[in-house]
Write a protein that binds this ligand. Structure first.
Ligand code: ARG
Length: 576
């Protein structure tokens, strides 16, 4: 991957060294005073102290060296010693023509935990966020050269399953699954996802009002977790139906995983884990339960101990979490494990990570990272709900977005309308979801997010489709182009400068584990392109050098935009 800032920084470092200032690193930024230059170096101030010279003297030494280099059109000093640099046309052209956008492999393994759908329950907007952010980060890691392993970590083993099975046993007491003395195969019962999605909220509400129902559900959960014949077989059946529906939603979201494991798959590690925890004497008694103390001296807020075993022996989300860490490290030994989960679960992860390090389940070198995200809210500022106040099913949300996109779709398009609307709809939810900084909340606004103007998925897609159509027309007219040779307007220049930021945008996004840098950059890039496009009549341009340069620039912007959309897992429709 070509790294523009690295080139600039190396040049400055060399000029510093040549002037007798030995520095180990230099940081160059995009200028915040474009009237003075395109890039700036502000290091003279800090170096002044170190080398006992005035910043201006140091700046002068650097400028004297840099000005001789044809890489720059202008290098000047502002204020007490800020250095401003403007790149020469030829350097910018040469650099833009270098076709090097691939990263080398990095010997580092990152395990990503995202998705997190729950079996027998509808997916909701929180799961949308986890899938969008996680999938994009995984693709970003891969693009940057990291090895990744991704896992959905399905919620398939807790109380919700006990509730659903209990309610099924009330409604269909004659099913052989509930007959303890049944032998042979079980009958093929008609469980649909719709039935499961109806049963879960019903049973969950009932358990809130009816203590004996709750108790029965707890019993049922335990029977399941004990792999009781019949109950476990029914669970397998529920899993099959529910997983299919979960996977079809992930497919719509262009989201795939290497592992489709669930909480239930981690259960087998629990006895081993408990043995180990007992052996190292880390478990302590607390009101009949077993816990690991995880508070630390300088905690500002008290971090409660992590519950490992309840007094009734029931299985816990936290115990499963620890077993999962144990399993992942044993099986894959990743350098880092990232959790893309709602930020409201942060405490759970702080406890789990501390417990994992304290018990040496995770070695110090393994980075356990909680990357929490904010909520998608409704207009009232509260987590997004349906009109009647229920939890918004993710599928319903996607359908309403798709309907809106279909309604807005150009009537000239007669073929594949459904397919095109679906792709646009996915761009709507993904782009809006990835636009805010990861841990901030945002308000869902259907009209705004579907708009063809502004920071929206459709705006970006529309721009890309337009670039593609220009390139196709050029091809059809047999216009050939291979290299940029002139910069003929400020619009060309702006685009070329923006392209220089690609590597730093990708790395910033990786470091922050937030896609907002990429979505904002995509917006800047397409907006600058659209301005460039309106200012030039590209195909009819008679000056061949100009036309060729413009087409080349279009092709590069088109390819980079596609590359970024691919990282965000947004597909481009053929037409718009
Ligand atoms: N199933 C959980 C939920 O819906 C999310 C799981 C997140 N991952 C984890 N390792 N705990 O809230």
């Amino acid at each position: 991957m070509k790294k523009f800032y690295k080139i600039l920084e190396d040049m400055i470092q060399k000029s510093l060294q040549d002037s007798g200032y030995n520095v180990s690193s230099v940081v160059v930024n995009e200028s915040n005073r474009p009237d003075l230059g395109e890039y700036q170096y502000n290091g003279s101030m800090t170096l002044a102290k170190e080398f006992h010279k005035s910043p201006i003297e140091i700046a002068k030494d650097i400028v004297e060296k840099l000005s001789k280099d044809s890489f720059f059109k202008d290098v000047n000093i502002a204020g007490p010693g800020f250095i401003n640099m403007t790149i020469s046309d030829q350097a910018l052209i040469d650099w833009t023509n270098i076709d090097d956008y691939k990263y080398e492999k990095i010997d580092k393994k990152i395990f990503l935990d995202y998705g997190g759908a729950n079996v027998a329950k509808s997916l909701h907007v929180g799961h949308l966020r986890s899938a969008n952010i996680g999938e994009a980060l995984k693709r970003l890691c891969n693009y940057l050269g990291y090895e990744t392993i991704s896992d959905t970590h399905l919620g398939d083993w807790g109380r919700p399953l006990g509730l659903v099975i209990l309610e099924l046993s009330k409604r269909y007491p004659n099913w052989s699954y509930f007959n303890g003395s049944h032998t042979g195969d079980y009958e093929d019962v008609d469980i649909t996802n719709a039935l499961l999605e109806e049963i879960y909220p019903y049973a969950s509400n009932k358990a809130k009002e009816d203590a004996s129902y709750l108790k029965e559900a707890q019993e049922m959960t335990k029977r399941l977790q004990n792999h009781e014949k019949g109950i476990y077989d029914l669970w397998l059946k529920i899993m099959e139906v529910s997983r299919k529906s979960i996977l079809s939603i992930y497919k719509r979201l262009n989201t795939t995983f290497d592992l489709y494991k669930g909480e239930s798959d981690e259960e087998e590690f629990i006895p081993e884990l408990l043995d180990y925890l007992n052996k190292i004497n880390i478990l302590e008694d607390s009101e009949g339960a077993k816990v690991i103390f995880v508070s630390e001296e300088d905690d500002k807020l008290e971090i409660p101990p992590m519950l490992i075993l309840k007094s009734d022996g029931g299985l816990l989300y936290s115990t499963t979490e620890l077993a999962t860490i144990y399993d992942r490290i044993k099986a894959y030994n990743p350098n880092e494990i990232w959790y893309l989960v709602d930020k409201r679960q942060e405490l759970h992860f702080v406890q789990a990570f501390r417990a994992a390090y304290k018990a040496k389940i995770a070695p110090k070198e393994t980075k356990l990272v909680f990357a929490g995200f904010g909520t998608m809210n409704g207009p009232d500022g509260k987590p997004f709900k349906t009109r009647d106040g229920g939890v918004m099913r993710l599928e319903d949300l996607l359908s309403s977005v798709k309907d809106e996109c279909l309604k807005r779709l150009n009537s000239d398009i007669t073929n594949n309308r459904e397919e095109i609307a679906e792709k646009i709809a996915i761009s709507v939810v993904k782009y809006a979801d990835l636009l805010p900084v990861r841990d901030s909340d945002y308000v869902f606004d259907l009209e705004k997010f579907c708009d063809l103007e502004g920071k929206t998925g459709p705006y970006i897609l529309y721009s890309v489709v337009r670039m593609k159509s220009l390139l196709t027309k050029a091809k059809e007219s047999n216009i050939n182009y291979s290299k940029i040779s002139v910069i003929s307007s400020e619009y060309d220049r702006k685009l070329m400068l923006l392209l220089n930021n690609l590597d730093s945008v990708l790395n910033k996004s990786f470091n922050n584990k937030s896609l907002n840098d990429i979505t904002e950059y995509l917006y800047d890039l397409t907006t600058s392109y659209n301005r460039f496009y309106t200012e030039h009549i590209i195909l009819k341009e008679e000056n061949e050098l100009k036309r060729e340069s413009w087409l080349c620039l279009t092709k590069i912007v088109y390819e980079i935009t596609n590359l970024l959309l691919n990282i965000l897992a947004i597909e481009v429709p053929e037409k718009m």
